[in-house]
Design a protein around this ligand. Sequence first.
Ligand code: ATP
Length: 305
Amino acid sequence: MSRVVVVGSVNADLLTQVAVHPAPGETVLGRSMSVLAGGKGANQAVAAARLGAEVAFVGAVGDDSFAGQATAGLRAAGVDLSALATVPGPTGIALVTVSADGENSIVVISGANAAVAADTVSAHAATVAGADVVVLQGEIPRAATETAARLARGRVVLNLAPVIELSPDVVRGADPLVVNEHEARLALALVGGPDVPDDDHAAAARALTSAGVTSVVITLGSEGAVVATRSDDGEVATVPSPKVSAVDTTGAGDAFVGALASRLAAGDELLDAARLAARVGAYAVTGVGAQPSYPSSTDTLPEVR
Ligand code: ATP
């Protein structure tokens, strides 16, 4: 089976619901509290594995009690965790408070994710080099992500979220670079591309490939995505998303990236993989949470009509 290796973050998301957010110095009573598995790397690994890819995860958790909850989704999806390190200190935590009007406030403690170093990744060089697709994001230190990109012999899917200062060569080598519309502008600055009008996504994709990026996918929420490949002479394809009634958009981008990686590993062309990924992203917004809302290969995906 073709193999996807995700090198990235894993968190426990501590979700509390309140009527109104506390003001500084104030204490309020919460309505509920749940601990959910999260982190962009883990979400993407789960999304790819649920769609049938063989997935391994390279990253780190802490030696606290949150480690088990953070990795529960990865284990349930059958992701290979033999390259998951346990380091002293806390697991990555996101403290998410949601008020009745739907407004979020989030505090992220990077914890063990900040301890993922170049050495952590090189210790699993054979795993990374043996992958058909290596998936990277911006939630672990730059040196670890760059080491993974350099060790990769297969295709590198770089979801530059959040946008961190990576070497322009690593960004250019992405095939594809996956970013949302805001990240696309910041990524352009990283590779020395020109400013483009805010609402012209095709121009942003074209500018990224002109600046040397192998291929680019810009996701556009309910509008789907645009796809451009350096070898395609400035041609930009539009990928529509199915119309769905959105319940919770958390982790839709990660569902898209995981699905894209799983289809690329199975041998799909980029545009076909992006079409399927858009349907998986749409499926994910119809359910609550990130990982619990991801489809398996037996679920029926919404169609573009
Ligand atoms: P997030 O950070 O919330 O995970 P993102 O900004 O990285 O999201 P989006 O562009 O919002 O990523 O979503 C990724 C994909 O999910 C889109 O390309 C689209 O296919 C699908 N999607 C997201 N929101 C919707 C929606 N409201 N309706 C249909 N599809 C959606």
